[in-house]
Design a protein around this ligand. Structure first.
Ligand code: NDP
Length: 293
């Protein structure tokens, strides 16, 4: 039997529609729309595409977009000064520095310079720590998007066995923490995990974020499981053309899973929509804090 296909494009559209209404209500209440500032250093082609999409979608939901393009040889101090300016700018609720940064720039120093209240990527130590300890936080966008898809599908996740494959700071670790908050029993696997197959076979929820194309064969999937494929890689086919694939072997997994995200069109579209949601909630929090002062 073929699995239910989780339509990330439709879910992202729904979320953006809801956000557009909330943004308009915010603008009426506070006399300004929330603002998102994106900084791109250099001319990495993939980053250019991401930034263009972020700017377009920010404007589509009615938020202000501030775009800063700096040359690849920008000194770190210049980038830090730009972040300081945006931290002080009241029109800006969210600040995003597009990664990767050119070699020679200290990524941690740059991310840590962002005011945690404007850290809409959720990458600062303050936000990661708040999430880890169960406090209200700005949470990284991709795992937030995955939770949105899972909640649409399951009225409750309580007691489910969740396996997260991949332990990065931007996907795997925050993903595991969010699933733990939902009271799943969570395992995090990585490149040194022993007998990954046996762990996969026990997972009611399987989230894969390794960047290794098609590494999970369908027969590792527990029948009826929900499979969320975060990975996205371009592979060469026998006929010489290329195609985008995830970390799960989709054609075989779709025969065993209960529900599965396709690649593309699954997790990917949710990421930018959640960035916009984080920007609105950062704006709401900042405004509430100011009005209580
Ligand atoms: P990282 O490279 O930072 O982390 C990869 C993780 O996978 C590491 O923890 C690594 O283990 C683990 N890993 C690698 N190989 C294996 C293996 N053979 N078995 C088990 N675990 C393994 O990647 P990211 O988290 O940044 O991204 C992962 C994927 O998700 C990429 O394809 C990326 O393009 C995609 N992505 C998609 C997004 C979207 O919006 N759809 C957003 C962000 C990422 P170890 O810790 O031992 O090294």
């Amino acid at each position: 039997m073929s699995a239910f296909l989780i339509d990330g494009k439709a879910a992202a559209r729904q979320l953006r529609e809801r956000l557009a209404q909330d943004v308009s209500a915010f603008a009426k209440r506070h006399g300004r729309a929330p603002g998102l500032a994106v900084i791109l250093v250099g001319t990495d082609p993939a980053s250019e595409v991401y930034v263009r999409n972020k700017v377009l979608q920010t404007e589509e939901v009615g938020m202000h977009s501030f775009e800063y393009r700096l040359p690849a040889d920008t000194p770190e101090e210049r980038l830090l000064a730009q972040i300081d300016t945006l931290n002080r700018d009241d029109r800006v609720d969210g600040i995003l520095v597009q990664l990767p940064l050119p070699a020679g720039i200290d990524v941690t120093r740059v991310i840590e310079r962002i005011d945690p209240a404007k850290d809409v990527d959720g990458f600062t130590i303050a936000n990661a720590g708040r999430l880890a300890t169960g406090l209200d936080a700005l949470v990284p966008c991709t795992p937030t998007g995955v939770m949105f898809l899972l909640r649409n599908l399951h009225p409750t996740l309580v007691g489910m066995n969740a396996l997260v494959i991949g332990a990065s700071n931007i996907v795997g670790k925050p993903m595991a923490r969010l699933l733990l908050q939902e009271r799943c029993t969570v395992t995090i696997a990585h490149s040194k995990t022993v007998d990954l197959e046996a762990r996969c076979r026990q997972a009611d929820i399987l989230v894969v974020a390794t960047g290794v194309p098609q590494m999970i064969p369908g027969d590792w999937v527990k029948p009826g499981a929900t499979v969320i494929d975060v990975g996205i890689s371009r592979i060469k086919q026998e006929n010489g053309t290329t195609k985008l694939v995830g970390d799960v072997h989709f054609e075989s997994a779709v025969e065993r899973a209960g529900a599965i995200t396709p690649v593309p069109g699954g997790v990917g579209p949710m990421t930018i929509a959640c960035l916009l949601a984080n920007t609105l909630s950062a704006a709401q929090r900042r405004t509430e804090v100011q009005s209580h002062l």
